[in-house]
Design a protein around this ligand. Structure first.
Ligand code: NI
Length: 171
């Protein structure tokens, strides 16, 4: 039986988004089914990344989509660890599938080195920059219960206040 069938996108303020996700102990069929289901939801929602807590699973699994510039293919990152962050902070507009209609500026280092395990249990390490580096940091934040609204500049926090209140009131 596929325990991941029928998962759905979870929106703020669902408490699962604020929980610290737990590591995957062993990569097995269940992990692969979860990754497949996440890939389906990410494609449906036209996202470029997704974290397991966003489908209601408090596990350290993220997906990144193929980057629009063709520089990277879609990938599953299990138990990702940021080994290094580098460069002067770059400010860029970010949104999140769990925070519909909310966008704002987030400052992040432009380069990161991440170590993870893939869906076949194989360890890998990658140096990312540009959009992928930003996407990885955003998704790994989700695993620690951190959302973009926590990282917005004070101005963007204010600018999104009404939409955020609406979302928190249940749309
Ligand atoms: Ni997000």
């Amino acid at each position: 039986m596929n325990a991941s069938a029928g998962l759905r996108l979870v929106l703020h303020p669902d408490p699962v988004l604020r929980r610290k996700a737990v590591p995957v102990i062993s990569v097995d069929e269940g992990t692969r089914e979860l990754a497949l289901e996440m890939a389906r939801i990410m494609a449906e929602e036209e996202g470029i990344g997704l974290a397991a807590p966003q489908v209601g699973r408090s596990l350290r699994v993220i997906l990144t989509a193929a980057m629009p510039d063709g520089s990277q293919m879609a990938r599953t990152w299990i138990n990702p660890i940021v080994e290094r962050l580098e460069g002067n902070l770059v400010e860029h507009d970010e949104g999140c599938l769990s925070l519909p209609e909310i966008r704002g500026m987030v400052r992040r280092p432009p380069l990161c080195v991440v170590r993870a395990t893939d869906e076949h249990g194989q360890e890998f390490r990658m140096e990312a920059q540009g959009l992928l580096a930003r996407c990885l940091q955003h998704e790994i934040d989700h695993l620690d219960g951190v959302l973009i609204i926590d990282r917005f500049t004070p101005l963007d926090r204010l600018a999104n206040r009404r939409k955020l209140k609406q979302l928190e009131a249940g749309g």
